[in-house]
Design a protein around this ligand. Structure first.
Ligand code: PEP
Ligand code: MG
Length: 909
């Protein structure tokens, strides 16, 4: 890095260096603090150390980066001193600082924050005198020692049951004094806490708590840089695809105090509802509290708006009288501050034209904004906010489409509790509907164990007193999260919404005993492993397993899909093998079936017997007799597909997998088969042995089967065309497409095409009627892609089988790659799993080449994709650019693909 690079950017009333566009170097928080200053919103002055400095820290270490930024940091502190009229380290009237992380992408709670930095035994006296409030000064001091001890000095719990060691000390003191709340501790108690905390640090860490403010500041800056690579931050990045190379910025800012008494406080608010998307300003605050108290979820916060407060009271079963007296809204309690906050939130939402999540502090009747960012939201809130902002003229159609992450639509497609079942279920508790969805699972109390249970194939509900960022992996693994404490903006709630995970927070009646591994309500107790069902949309906790039903796709979701269809160029079909799948796919908006894998029909009920009979047959005659039994069943399957997809294309692929997949490999089942088929076990064993291949994926499969046994192709063709004619006679509009798998040479294609055409001619002659159909092929061997011009002269359509094309191009077995791919991805050999997201440079090149070659010989050739990649947004963007006509994916991914296809079109205009 050159020495001319700017490392520190100040923001304040007199000067602001950065703005919202500089997220890459200032991080989201730093860039938005600068932007708020520019908008004239009251923000405590400060400076941001750039993410580039973090990169220097990671690459060259602490000394190198400190040398690089030291002078700038000193100048930054001098700027803040000037702005605030106080001196850092002044014992009589100290300037105190907050030090916070802030990367390009928001990572709520994942990295570290330190407040009240600059306090020591002398400064606390000065602060007390200056604020004329001794209790406040000592409360600030004890918070500082607690945070610094944890974050910078590394004091950690000794066991997971004893959670936070400082909180244990506080609880002990409260017990000794016979008080319930932190706020009931007096100045002398707080002094004692500071002493005890320092003693605890000395004993456990083996170092004294630093008294020099500058030493404190450098320690904190170092800790923030270091926190970029802490475990939970890494997990969060992994879950959210955030590159390790980005680094975090460090925001150093003058402290404002929410713990200066009854006219002070701190809160978090959203310009719209992050759970449902409703256009309703909402938020939570705590009086006489500081910083992380709201998100920590250890005190029950009050609501910012009167409307929100009334709704909350209803959910929390609090009477209007109690609400007004014990939990009044900010709107009622501090109308002036509320008016300022409302003005700021309106200005911010308009400025950013997106839902904002803001943090604020009130200090003795004055409002300070500490943060604004685009708020995290559930999938359904994402859709509703985008559609309403479009209606409100805040954003245009294209922006509305860009605002929804296609993957997040998954959440709207998930099942909900069946209302009939809910009526029968027993509700045992009620909490805040922190993140919607329906979840059923077994109670587990610890995040690491939740992961463990899930690994064993269990569904779990993570039940916690409150959650902390360490619980991230367990939260991600769990079906749902239930916490006893915390509001709608508690860690659990924010993180769960970000993950689209069902969550109920602040279920006050629930008592968790980590030692006994039980949860109680009143005098009933449940233990680890008991079943619970959570309705994250209502906040209701039910006992046992409640059955679910499919979600309905109406309202804003429907509007979004219609909008997507207007912009997208790619058609979206579904991979569907049964009439039920086809029906689901059509409901999700599929425009046809891109792949029906006929082999799936061979496993059902009696059919497998006929299939096995065919496999065991010694000669063609035997095989034909067995196939004749299969014919009516296949025909009925296809009739169902044509009925459901009337008017839309249905691509049916001929038999593809190697025959060994249809025979049992263990002796017990071979015995059953021998008995059923009335042949000796030895015969079965011999045939199974015959079918054994070292690499069946590259073995006797695909069109190679049809070439060896043309009677299979004949039977399937007959079933397709007879079904088509039958359904046509009933008035359905049949558009059949017959597809030959795994072709590598033109002769292979022609050989199968001849069988198909001859069979068709026979069927049409018997029936005295024709059916139009297309005859095409999969492009799934690299050779097929390379000679696509020759194949295109024969085939009427190509469907890229990108699963096999990936397997054969990369030389990775689809079945075995799981053994090394995860570590390969971790080591950065590939950025993404090539079986999930198409390898654009390699496999993609073959696709592009085949598209060109195919069109060069047959301009109107129909081109689609039916591998798994057809449902992956990044791959869809690639297929759009490659100029395909359609993608085909599993029915549940159809809406995701529709939106992704629209985004691809908009982004490549
Ligand atoms: C493919 O190979 O991409 C494909 C769709 O076929 P299958 O997954 O059935 O091999
Ligand atoms: Mg394939």
């Amino acid at each position: 890095m050159s020495t001319e690079t700017k490392n520190v950017y100040v923001f304040g009333a007199a000067r602001t260096d950065g703005d919202a566009k500089m997220k890459n170097i200032l991080g989201g928080k730093g860039a938005n603090l600068a932007e708020m200053c520019r908008l004239g919103i009251a923000v405590p002055s400060g400076f941001t150390i750039s993410t580039e400095a973090c990169t220097v820290y990671t690459e060259q270490g602490k000394e190198a980066v400190f040398k690089l930024i030291e002078a700038d940091v000193r100048a930054g502190v001098a700027f803040v001193e000037q702005e605030m009229g106080k001196k850092f380290g002044d014992a009589a009237d100290p300037l105190l600082l907050s030090v916070r992380s802030g990367s390009r992408a928001s990572m709520p709670g994942m990295m570290d924050t330190i407040l009240n930095l600059g306090l020591n035994d002398e400064a606390v006296v000065g602060l007390a005198r200056k604020a004329n409030n001794e209790r406040f000064a000592w409360d600030s001091y004890r918070r500082f020692v607690q945070m610094y001890g944890d974050v910078v000095m590394g004091l950690k719990p000794v066991s997971k049951e004893d959670h936070d060691p400082f909180e244990v000390v506080i609880d002990m003191l409260k017990e000794k004094k016979g008080v319930q709340l932190d706020t009931e501790l007096n100045t002398e108690d707080l002094k004692e806490l500071v002493l005890r905390f320092k003693g605890l640090i000395r004993a456990r860490v083996g170092r004294e708590f630093p008294t020099d403010p500058w030493e404190q500041l450098w320690g904190a800056v170092n800790a923030v840089f270091q926190s970029w690579n802490n475990d939970r931050a890494k997990v969060y990045r992994e879950l959210n695809d955030i590159p390790d190379s980005w680094g975090t910025a460090v925001n150093v800012q003058a402290m404002v105090f929410g713990n200066l008494g009854d006219k002070s406080g701190t809160g978090v608010a959203f310009t719209r509802d992050a759970g449902t998307g409703e256009d309703l300003f909402n938020g939570e605050f705590l009086v006489n509290a500081q910083g992380e108290d709201v998100v920590a979820g250890t005190r029950t916060p009050q609501q910012v708006t009167l409307e929100g407060s009334r709704r909350w009271a209803k959910l929390a079963l609090v009477s209007e009288e109690e609400r007004r007296t014990r939990f009044p809204s900010l709107e009622e309690l501090m109308p002036d501050i509320y008016a300022q906050l409302l003005q700021a939130e309106t200005k911010l939402e308009q400025h950013y034209s997106d839902m904002q999540d803001v943090e604020f502090t009130m200090q003795e009747g004055r409002l300070w904004m500490l943060q604004t960012r685009n708020g995290k939201r559930t999938g359904s809130a994402m859709v509703r906010i985008a559609m309403e902002m479009l209606q409100q003229g805040i954003i245009d159609e294209k922006e509305a489409l860009r605002r929804v992450d296609p993957e997040r639509l998954n959440e709207l497609l998930h099942p909900v509790f069946d209302p009939a079942e809910i009526k029968k279920a027993r509700s045992i508790a009620h909490g805040l509907p922190a993140s919607p969805g329906a979840a059923t699972g077994q109670i587990v109390f610890f995040a690491d164990e939740a992961e463990e249970w899930v690994r064993k194939g269990k569904d779990v509900i993570l039940v916690r007193q409150e959650t902390s960022p360490e619980d991230l992996r367990g939260m991600s693994a769990a079906k749902g999260i239930l916490t006893a404490r915390g509001g709608m903006t508690s860690h659990a709630a924010v993180v769960a919404r970000g993950m689209g995970k069902c969550c109920i927070s602040g279920a006050g009646a629930v008592r968790v005993d980590y030692h006994a591994r039980t949860m109680s309500i009143g005098n009933e107790t449940w233990k680890e492993g008991d079943w619970l069902s959570l309705d994250g949309s209502t906040g209701e906790v039910y006992l046992g397993q409640v059955a679910t039903k499919e979600a309905e796709l109406t309202g804003d979701f429907g509007t979004l899909m219609d909008l997507a269809d207007r912009y997208k160029k790619l058609a979206v079909r579904a991979n569907a093998d049964t009439p039920d799948d086809a029906k689901a796919a059509r409901n999700f908006g599929a425009k046809g079936i891109g792949l029906c894998r006929t082999e799936h029909m061979f496993f059902e009920g009696e059919r497998i017997k006929a299939v096995r009979e065919m496999i065991l047959s010694e000669d063609e005659g035997g095989r034909r007799r067995a196939l004749a039994k299969l014919l009516p069943m296949q025909r009925a399957d296809f009739e169902g597909l044509f009925r459901e997809m009337s008017g839309l294309a249905v691509t049916i692929r001929l038999l593809d997998p190697p025959l060994h997949e249809f025979v049992p490999h263990d002796e017990a089942n071979q015995k059953i088969m021998a008995h059923e088929m009335n042949v000796p076990l030895g015969v079965i064993k011999m045939r199974v042995d015959d079918l054994h291949e070292f690499n069946p994926m590259m073995g006797h499969r695909g069109c190679r089967l049809g070439i060896s046994y043309p009677e299979i192709t004949e039977m399937q063709t007959r079933a397709i065309l007879e079904a088509g004619l039958n359904m046509k006679a009933k008035g359905f509009d049949v558009k059949a497409e017959i597809m030959i798998p795994l072709v590598g040479t033109v002769r292979e294609f022609n050989s199968q095409a001849r069988v198909i055409r001859q069979t068709a001619a026979a069927v049409f002659a018997e029936r005295g009627e024709q059916l139009d159909y297309l005859l095409g092929t999969m492009i799934e061997t690299p050779r097929a892609a390379l000679i696509a011009d020759s194949i295109g002269q024969q085939a009427q359509f190509f469907s890229f089988g990108t699963n096999d094309l990936t397997q054969m191009t990369m030389g990775f077995s689809r079945d075995d790659a799981g053994k090394f791919l995860p570590s390969y991805l971790k080591d950065g050999m590939y950025e993404r799993d090539p079986f999930q997201s198409i390898d654009q440079k390699g496999v993609g090149l073959l696709v592009q080449m085949a598209v060109e070659k195919g069109r060069s010989v047959r301009p109107g050739i129909k081109l689609g994709v039916c591998g798994e990649h057809g449902g992956d947004p990044a791959s869809i963007e690639f297929f759009h650019r490659a100029g395909l006509d359609y993608v085909s994916c599993s029915p549940f991914r159809v809406p995701i693909a529709r939106l992704a296809a629209a985004q691809a079109a908009i982004n490549n205009e």
